[in-house]
Design a protein around this ligand. Structure first.
Ligand code: MG
Length: 318
């Protein structure tokens, strides 16, 4: 049963500043970035039902799985099955691809969009993917070339763009260079990521100013974690700088198995509430989004950290 307040959110949003975008795109990463961290196996049918609920909530871009080696991330061993059984509709799904073998599996699966990932921090790159930053870029150049020839589009992630758990503050010039290198090899969008959730708006301003000197703002997405409670503040700084694509994870699912101390991703409900309240269109319905998160929370057998989800459940007696 929706709360009275929620039915009014869309219409009470204050007139926004002309400098803010009127519309943003959310890339929902819960089925991949969220579920990869769960300790218990999840049935493929439950993942598919979750994805369907995300679609029902209005999501148009969903990262559904990963072709990382099943030994590293056993939760996503069913990547091909998930893709083969995705509901048929006009939506953009993507899957993470770490190497050429992963690309073979992705092409075979029929998915039309992949994502590759490197890191701005050398130490994190080594620990996360076992390659230096420049080695990873050489591998992804080959992957992009093959993917594009095969008719796939490619998204890129750059981890640890603000603060690294091993190296501390990251130089903005490295983030700009890495972003530019990915775009030059055919990636169409780079998700500038705060892997440990330690950034605050001044970090976003520092790093993005340098990135946006090098590449167009339309090619940039932002991926925040809420470890220190600064994710939404960072989104606001991103909006102010003209970014119109934000990653978020249903209910705040997930962290990063290779980043000590990294808790949940920015919760989709929390982002949707902020955008609704600011009068910025995302196309995602807050209450239906919350239903998708509740469904997955039940399957997982534990609550999810989204503040909006907790508020809705408390206020509505669910
Ligand atoms: Mg994440």
């Amino acid at each position: 049963m929706p709360c009275l307040f929620d039915s009014k959110i869309a219409v009470v949003g204050l007139a926004m500043s002309d400098s803010l975008p009127k519309k943003v795109r959310i890339v929902e990463v819960g089925p991949r970035d969220g579920l990869q961290n769960e300790p218990e196996p999840i049935d493929t049918e439950h993942k598919l039902a979750f994805i369907q609920k995300l679609v029902d909530a209005g999501h148009t871009h969903i990262e559904v799985t990963s072709f990382v080696h099943p030994k590293l991330v056993p939760q996503l061993v069913d990547a091909a099955d998930v893709i083969a059984n995705l509901p048929k509709f006009d939506r953009v799904h993507s899957a993470l691809v770490p190497n050429e073998r992963g690309l073979d599996r992705a092409i075979e699966s029929g998915i039309k969009r992949i994502a590759v990932f490197t890191a701005a921090s050398e130490t994190f790159c080594q620990k996360n993917i076992g390659m230096s930053r420049s080695e990873s870029l050489a591998v992804y150049a080959k992957i992009c070339k093959r993917a594009i020839v095969a008719g796939l589009s490619v998204r890129g992630y750059v981890s640890t763009c603000f603060v690294c758990p091993y190296e501390g503050e990251i130089a903005e010039s490295v983030v700009a260079e890495t972003t530019q290198a990915l775009l030059q090899m055919g990636v169409d969008e780079v998700s500038v990521s705060d892997t440990i959730g330690a950034a605050c708006p001044t970090d976003v301003q520092r790093v993005l100013s340098s990135v946006l000197d090098a590449v167009p703002v339309d090619a940039i997405a932002l991926h925040f974690h809420d470890t220190y409670g600064t994710a939404l503040a960072n989104v606001c700084e991103g909006l102010r700088l003209g970014v119109t694509t934000f990653d978020a994870s249903s209910g705040g699912l997930g962290g990063c198995p290779f980043a000590p101390g990294a808790t949940g991703n920015l919760a989709t409900e929390d982002l949707v509430y902020l955008l609704d309240r600011m009068g910025i269109e995302s196309g995602v319905d807050l209450l239906r989004q919350a239903e998708a998160s509740r469904f997955m929370s039940k399957i997982l057998g534990h609550p999810l950290p989204s503040r909006q989800l907790q508020r809705l459940d408390a206020a509505c007696g669910n």
